[in-house]
Ligand binder design. Structure first.
Ligand code: PLP
Length: 383
């Protein structure tokens, strides 16, 4: 039987059309974009096309799209730029308690360097405490960094309200839109954001390429060396990956609604059936706006790792925390921030689907989850 991949928030496969767009840039069009000859010009043109495609996906000026090696690098660049703007005179960073490690670690490093970091809590369903955010944004704040959609629960934050709060106070806003891009509409002409980070491999593009979308004057170069990306980021561009990112963004923009509708139907069926058929099934983030592909569930008394292990043995792949922290024994900081419960954090499993999944895959997964939970419960000692 074919493997079932339900871990699209960790990474996505490269779509055939994306791979086809990339291939010529490994061989016949393999020039260095900084070279003066025609081969270099072809690579430069391809990069500029990709820049246009990505700017279309998020409603930005092409000039504001800066290619990086990952969203992690984009996030580091954004926070580094914001912290060092205005001669570093502002001393407060505001983030949320459920940010990805890339944001959290940048904040921790800044805190060690003497800055004040305020973490805004979330409620039990993952909703951001907006009043707390409002209070935390002061004249001392050099940047507010929030995610558009959470990688573990899919919960969407009210970015347009946050954008207004920041704009009113003249405080730069960074948004980690890695899990939202390609799954939810993003239009920076409607919702202005100073720094937006995205990643190709979460939207059916290749790994190892991301983008920071920000006005060039807001970007303090982080990688020093050559004059690539108009001096904003040194290092020879990963041309095939950038081309793939562009094509993936073009397809994501074109098919956004179609993909969202298809995946929401699958995700909703998975949730509804499991919720009804398994006693003690609950959904983290239920009742909040969520991206359409993500379901973070728990089953009372069932260890998430044991369940994921049984699903893995049936060739069904999902995660129990974010992929970046799956090898550590620390409980999910996201579920901890929501519930304060080690038990709940230990029970969480994340199904992250895509439009590439099928009804039959959902049906097989439901059957295997039902059997696995029953089997795990039957081996538990009665309390
Ligand atoms: N931000 C979020 C919300 C993510 O889910 C991830 C990846 O898991 C990242 C940032 C980092 O992205 P990248 O793998 O491109 O560095």
């Amino acid at each position: 039987m074919k493997d079932i991949y339900f871990d699209h928030n960790a990474t996505t496969p490269v779509l055939p059309g994306v791979l086809a767009a990339m291939l010529p840039f490994f061989e016949e069009n393999s020039g260095n974009p900084s070279s003066g000859h025609t081969a270099g010009a072809k690579a430069r043109t391809a990069i500029e096309r990709a820049r246009d495609q990505i700017s279309d996906l998020v409603g930005a000026a092409p000039n504001n799209v800066l290619f990086t090696s990952s969203a992690t690098e984009a996030i580091n660049t954004a926070l580094h730029s914001a912290i060092h703007s205005r001669g570093g005179e502002r001393s407060r960073i505001v983030i949320t308690a459920v940010e990805h490690a890339a944001v959290q670690r940048c904040a921790i490093a800044a805190e060690k360097g003497g800055m004040e970091v305020i973490q805004i809590p979330v409620g039990a369903s993952g909703a951001l405490a907006l009043d707390r955010l409002d209070d935390a944004i002061t004249a001392e704040t050099c940047v507010v960094s929030v995610m558009w959609a959470n990688n573990e629960t899919g919960v969407i934050f009210p970015i347009s309200q946050i954008s207004e709060l920041c704009a009113d106070r003249g405080v730069p806003l960074h948004v980690d839109a890695v899990q939202a891009a390609g799954k939810a509409p993003i239009d920076l002409r409607v919702v202005p954001i100073d720094y937006l980070s995205i990643s190709a491999h979460k939207l059916f593009g290749p790994k190892g390429v991301g983008a920071l979308v920000a006005s060039p004057h807001l970007v303090a170069p982080f990688m020093l060396g050559g004059n690539q990306e108009t001096g904003r980021r040194a290092g020879t561009e990963n041309v095939p990956a950038i081309v793939g990112f562009g094509e993936a963004a073009r397809l994501a923009a074109l098919e956004l609604k179609q993909r969202s509708d298809a995946v929401a139907t699958l995700r909703d069926r998975l949730e509804q059936v499991l919720f009804q058929s398994i006693k003690g099934c609950y959904i983290n983030g239920l009742g909040q706006p969520r991206i359409p592909n993500t379901s973070n569930m728990g089953f009372d008394g069932i260890d998430g790792d044991s369940l994921a292990g049984m699903l893995n043995a049936s060739d069904i792949y999902l995660s129990t925390g974010s992929a970046c922290s799956a090898n550590t024994l620390t409980p999910s900081h996201v579920i901890m921030a929501m519930t304060g419960s080690y038990e709940r954090a230990g029970e969480a499993v994340r199904f992250s689907l895509s439009h590439l999944n099928t009804d039959a895959e959902v049906a097989r997964t439901i059957a295997v989850v039902e059997q696995s939970v029953a089997s795990l419960r039957s081996t538990q000692a009665p309390v």
